[in-house]
Design a protein around this ligand. Structure first.
Ligand SMILES: [Zn+2]
Length: 339
């Protein structure tokens, strides 16, 4: 009898434990709920063109559409595409941007070399096609500042030789070529002095306001490589000295990569266009002490931790505390109206 009662009690306990397992929710502690989440896409490079090598231009559109649907279900606060959303000719823009507009949240653009050369086929600037005022800009969400750089500002592929910017670009490129630098490639580009000054000022302002910063660019800047921005060192040095940058994120090199130096993460996302049957995109979840990169398809998932650092410019310690809640009003003018 005693044995039966024991079994009855054990059975009741089992049901409770099972129910607890089935219906348990994720604990809502500060470490399990991200302060904010954003979506990242790199190198969609859609074109109505035959595949070439590992680039499947036509397949990219369906992948992009699936990704946008997935982002709408996950509801990140914003999405950023890291450049080269199109390829070949200007007719590639319309179907691609129509899909990007289906996002139910602000959607930002980084200009890539293919965006610039594709827009050029219709004698337009990439900013005109993408509906943005300028290639470099910044915006804020929940105490985090996001800075977008324009790596196509100095280029040799669309700027007319009569333009002073071409002379600057040519000088920068030739200097690298003389040094035998691997990024002395005509399809890379550089940022102007004006943009560098703007960038430095934005980071100084962020450091003073005790904001943490994530920088988005099209080209990698560290370590050295053939895909790097021409003046990668200048951007790298500004980031290093700022004391407020947590990560630099880019596309352009479709293979992707991850590096870490002096407390700053350098994350190159894989290109969506690559391979016959796989996609690549990610959600980045920001916690007080780390970024959780949730990779989809070929993009690996990673945990990128960060610590407080003194800001050499402002002399202020950067706090680990960032406010959550409503979006900052200053979300920038460059977010595409997605509705
Ligand atoms: Zn590119």
């Amino acid at each position: 009898m005693k044995f039966r009662r024991f079994f009855f009690i054990f059975h009741i306990f089992s049901i409770f434990i099972l129910a607890g397992t089935l219906y348990a929710k994720e604990p809502t502690t500060s470490t399990s709920t991200p302060q904010l989440t954003f979506g990242v896409i790199a190198d969609v490079q859609y074109a109505d063109a035959e595949s070439r090598g590992t680039r499947y231009y036509r397949k990219s559109l369906k992948r992009f559409e699936d990704c946008v649907r997935d982002f709408n279900s996950h509801k990140p606060v914003f999405v950023v595409q890291l450049g080269d959303i199109v390829d070949h000719d200007s007719t590639s823009f319309e179907p691609t941007l129509a899909i990007y507009k289906k996002l139910n949240m602000p959607a930002y653009h980084v200009i890539g070399n293919h965006d610039a050369s594709t827009a050029f086929t219709a004698n337009k600037t990439p900013a005109e096609y993408l509906g943005i005022k300028k290639g470099y800009y910044d915006f804020v969400y929940s105490g985090w500042r996001f800075v977008v750089l324009d790596a196509t500002e100095l280029n040799l592929f669309i700027t007319p030789a009569s333009n002073p910017a071409y002379v600057q670009a040519k000088a920068m490129y030739e200097e690298l070529r003389k040094k035998g630098a691997s990024n002395a490639q005509p399809w890379n580009g550089g940022v102007s002095n004006d943009q560098l000054v703007w960038f430095k000022n934005i980071l100084a302002k962020a450091a003073k306001a005790q904001e943490k910063v994530i920088v988005f660019g099209h080209n990698p800047i560290w370590p050295q490589g053939s895909h790097n921005l021409w003046n990668d060192h200048e951007v790298f040095n500004i980031i290093e000295k700022s004391g407020c940058v947590v990560a630099y994120m880019n596309g352009h090199n479709h293979q992707g990569s991850y590096h870490h130096k002096n407390g700053i993460h350098y994350l190159n996302f894989q290109g969506m266009i690559e391979t016959a049957d796989t996609t690549a995109y990610a959600l980045v979840k920001i916690y007080p002490d780390r970024l959780e990169v949730v990779g989809y398809g070929r993009e690996p998932s990673r945990t990128l931790t960060f610590v407080n650092r003194e800001s050499p410019e402002s002399g202020l310690p950067l706090s680990n505390e960032t406010k959550t809640g409503s979006l900052d009003k200053d979300i920038g003018n460059n977010a595409m109206k997605s509705k």
